[in-house]
Design a protein around this ligand. Structure first.
Ligand code: NAP
Length: 272
C-alpha cells in the first residue's frame, strides 16, 4: 500500500462483523429502488433518499417485507439540487446508521431532445441533478470516509457519457463530467483507503428510458433488478469502473476510438 494510512478493510468484509451501512440517492424508483431492496435483502442497513416521500415510504415497506439477516431501511426525503440539504442528510444518515460503508450517488435525470428544443431550464436540470447533485452527495461523504479510513464512494454515470450522443447532449455531457470527477478523486483517495467506483450502465428498463423507447434502439436493455444485482455483486470488489451489459460496454469501447467521421455516421444512424 502507498501512503501512511492503514490498508483498507474492504467494506464487504465489514458485514461479517456488523451490517454494512449504505446510503443511496434516487432510491424512490428504478435502479436505486432495486439496489435498496437487494441490499436490505442481504442484511445491510440502508438509508434511501429522493424527493418523492410517498414513493420512498413504499420502497421502505417493500424492503421491510423482504428484509433478511437483520436488514433495515431508513427514509430521507431529499432534493439533491439543494447542496446544504445533501450535506445535512448524509451526515444525519451516518449518525443514524452509526457509519457509512458505501455512498451511492445514483439520483439522475435524462432527456431526449434536439438541441433546437432545448431550454435553459433543461440545461440547468441536467447540471443541477446529474453533476452538482451527484458531486454534493460524494463530497458530503468524503470527510466521513476519511475519518473511517475506509469506505466506498459510488457514482452512477452512464455508457452515454463515453462519447457525445445525439439528442442527449446534456445527458451525455453531464455523465461524462461525473465520470471524470470520479476518476480524479479515485486516485486522490486511494492512499486513504477510500475506494471510488464509477458505474456505467447501458439501457435499464426504468422510467428514464421511456422517452427513448420506439425512438432509438435500446439494445441489451435489462431490468432494474438485473442492473442492481450486477452492481451489488461487482461493487463488493470496489473496481474503478463497472460497465454493463458487456456487449454494449464492448461496442461503446470500440466507439470511443472510432475516427470522428465514422462515429458521427454510426451515431446518426442509431439515433434516427
Ligand atoms: N435507465 C437507464 O437506462 C440508465 C442508463 C445509464 C445510467 N442511468 C442512471 O441511473 C440512475 C438511476 O436512474 P433510473 O434509470 O433508475 O431512473 P429513474 O427510475 O427515473 O430514477 C431516478 C431517480 O433519481 C431521483 N431523482 C431525480 N431527481 C432528483 C433530485 N433532484 N433529488 C433527489 N433525487 C432525484 C428520482 O427520485 P424522485 O423523483 O423521487 O426525486 C428517482 O428515484 C441515474 O443517474 C441515471 O442517469 C440510467
Amino acid at each position: 500500500m502507498n501512503g501512511n494510512f492503514a490498508p483498507p478493510a474492504p467494506w464487504s468484509n465489514v458485514s461479517l462483523m456488523r451490517p454494512a451501512t449504505i446510503f443511496i440517492t434516487g432510491a424512490s424508483s428504478g435502479i436505486g429502488r432495486a439496489l435498496a431492496l437487494e441490499y436490505v435483502r442481504k442484511g445491510a442497513h440502508v438509508a434511501i433518499a429522493a424527493r418523492r416521500a410517498p414513493e420512498l415510504a413504499r420502497v421502505a415497506s417493500e424492503a421491510r417485507a423482504i428484509a433478511q439477516k437483520g436488514g433495515q431501511i431508513r427514509v430521507f426525503p431529499l432534493d439533491v439540487r439543494e447542496p446544504r440539504a445533501v450535506f445535512e442528510t448524509v451526515q444525519r444518515a451516518e449518525r443514524e446508521l452509526g457509519s457509512l460503508d458505501c455512498v451511492i450517488a445514483n439520483a439522475g435525470a435524462g432527456s431526449y431532445q434536439h438541441i433546437s428544443t432545448m431550454s435553459w431550464d433543461d440545461v440547468e436540470r441536467a447540471i443541477d441533478i446529474n453533476i452538482r447533485g451527484a458531486i454534493a452527495t460524494i463530497l458530503a461523504a468524503v470527510p466521513i470516509m476519511l475519518s473511517q479510513q475506509r469506505g466506498q464512494l459510488v457514482g452512477v454515470s452512464s455508457l452515454a457519457g463515453r462519447r457525445g450522443m445525439p439528442y442527449s447532449a446534456m445527458y451525455s455531457a453531464s455523465k461524462s463530467a461525473l465520470s471524470t470527477f470520479l476518476e480524479s478523486i479515485r486516485i486522490e483517495l486511494a492512499p486513504a483507503g477510500v475506494k471510488v467506483t464509477d458505474v456505467q450502465p447501458g439501457f435499464v428498463d426504468t422510467s428514464m428510458v421511456l422517452t427513448l423507447k420506439g425512438r432509438v434502439p435500446t439494445p441489451w436493455m435489462c431490468s432494474p433488478q438485473k442492473a442492481a444485482h450486477i452492481m451489488v455483486r461487482r461493487l463488493e470488489r470496489a473496481p474503478a469502473v463497472i460497465a454493463f451489459p458487456w456487449p454494449l460496454d464492448v461496442w461503446s469501447s470500440i466507439g470511443r476510438f472510432l475516427p470522428t467521421f465514422m462515429y458521427d455516421r454510426l451515431a446518426r444512424l442509431a439515433a434516427l
